[in-house]
Design a protein around this ligand. Structure first.
Ligand code: G3I
Length: 441
């Protein structure tokens, strides 16, 4: 969470928004795993991408039986799809900026509609039209994407995707963009070829988002410096997107190498750890991160985050294992002149166990904003600051012009903040203590 809030400007759910995860029975919805994340992303000024409304792989368990029991299965499917879109897109209207409306309609290795897809099996291509029309009606402000996998790696599939987009546009379907997942486990992309592919989509008048990027280490392991080679390849991916104005975002499929789906996916689990992301399993920036940031920094249109300087005192452990010993942390936030700050948030500092919110909210004692001087805010927090070794503690904020403000400071403390394999060892006594306190209370 700390990485997400401090290093990224957009966030999405890996699984929690999928139909099968949201709906345990027809018409029954549970948003408990979704709402807090969307609130958090919004609070920190991150854009929210919605993933995904219709995907054959993670559809509800009950859907097949429900259709089998209906007198007209196609009609029942249309009805359930409309209710689903209305319920989910309607609930987050104005808050989820982009939706992957339909995910992976094409066969995995080819250009036709997937033969084993329940939705197209019932309705043919009409299911895509219906999904987009319903999503547009439920939130006319949302940008609606068709999201597909392996299209950048398989030329025939790419042509199939272009042809499908052309048919949808010709029928007046409110399609606004193509999501290219960017799971580069077949091969790393060639920069020029990828840029040409993105331009082909832009030529249709559509936006492009790279929606699920990861570049596994096994492609580079024979190189003298595999992480440098991975970084170079990441530079290609970012450069290709940034060179095409219609390519508006790059979403990584996971924040760090400790949490990649590739480690449990059948075809790639044999190579684990796949180490495909920008941060290592300890949340540290990899060469790939610096390559990506270099490309972003060289591009004026990349969404800018204003840097602030923060000072956290004391720098050493505020709290050793016993949570009762929490002390005061003083945070000074400085920025260059002209930063017009609307709000400063403390949540990106790590308080409490494993990055969880503090038991009682941090107290802002003295928020002293000064538009002219360099000091933007000064506050002290009663709480425990937890981190392993040399760790970045960060403060986020929002500027009045909508940009995000971000500043980090290196702190050295004893226990971990949602990262590191050592964590359970030190957290166990901490948690026991906590439980004992709860029992006493
Ligand atoms: O939620 C259950 C849990 O209750 C159960 O105990 C556990 C036991 O295996 O499974 C949990 O479900 C898992 C689910 O992720 C949530 O964690 C599934 O087994 C697991 O198969 C599922 O994997 C997800 C996969 O989509 C589904 O096929 C991956 O995390 C997710 O990264 C992946 O994401 C997809 C994109 O949505 C679309 N593009 C391809 C990408 C990779 O497949």
């Amino acid at each position: 969470i700390v990485l997400l809030l401090t290093e990224f400007t957009s966030g999405t759910h890996e699984n929690a928004l999928k139909w099968g995860e949201l709906s345990p029975a027809p018409g029954v919805y549970d948003f408990n795993d979704v709402d807090p994340t969307i609130d958090l992303l919004e609070e920190y000024g991150l854009r929210v991408r919605g993933h995904t409304l219709f995907w054959n792989m993670q559809r509800p368990d009950w859907l097949e039986d429900e259709l089998a029991a209906a007198p007209d299965s196609a009609d029942r499917l249309r009805e359930l799809m409309r209710v689903h879109v209305q319920t989910v897109v309607g609930r987050y209207a104005g808050r989820i900026e982009q939706w992957d409306v339909v995910n992976e309609p094409l066969e995995l290795g080819g250009e036709n509609l997937a033969p084993d897809n329940l939705f197209s099996g019932e309705l043919g291509e009409e299911y895509i039209d219906l999904a987009f029309a319903a999503a547009h009606a439920a939130d006319p402000t949302a940008q609606l994407f068709l999201n597909e996998t392996l299209a950048l790696s398989l030329p025939r599939k790419f042509e199939g995707l272009i042809a499908l987009a052309e048919r949808l546009l010709a029928r007046g379907v409110p399609l606004h963009g193509i999501g290219l997942q960017g799971h580069f486990f077949v091969d790393p992309p060639d920069r020029a070829t990828m840029q040409e592919q993105l331009e082909r989509i832009a030529d249709l008048g559509l936006l492009i988002e790279l929606t699920e990027v990861d570049l596994p280490y096994f492609h580079f392991q024979a190189q003298p410096d595999p992480f440098a080679a991975q970084a170079e390849s990441y530079g290609d991916v970012f450069a290709a997107c940034l060179a095409v104005p219609a390519c508006t975002g790059i979403t990584m499929w996971g924040t760090d190498d400790g949490n990649s789906w590739l480690d449990s996916f059948l075809l790639t689990s044999v190579f684990r750890p796949n180490r495909p992301l920008l941060f290592d399993a300890f949340g540290q920036r990899k060469p790939a991160y610096f390559a990506a940031v270099a490309e972003l920094a060289a591009t004026p249109r990349a969404r800018r985050v204003a840097d602030a300087e923060i000072d956290i005192e004391p720098r050493r452990a505020v709290n050793r294992i016993d949570p009762q010993s929490a002390g005061n942390v003083t945070v000074l936030v400085r920025g260059g002149a002209g930063l017009d700050v609307a709000a400063i948030d403390l949540g990106a500092l790590c308080f409490g166990p494993a990055g969880a919110p503090p038991e009682s909210p941090p107290i802002v004692r003295d928020l002293d904003r000064d538009g002219e001087a360099d000091l933007l805010a000064k506050f002290s927090i009663a709480g425990s600051l937890l981190a392993v070794g040399d760790t970045q503690a960060c403060v986020s904020g929002r500027m009045n012009d909508g940009r995000r403000l971000r500043g980090c400071d290196a702190v050295q403390t004893v226990i971990g903040c949602g990262m590191g394999v050592e964590l359970p060892l030190v957290l166990v006594p901490w948690m026991l203590l906590r439980r004992r306190r709860a029992i006493a209370a």
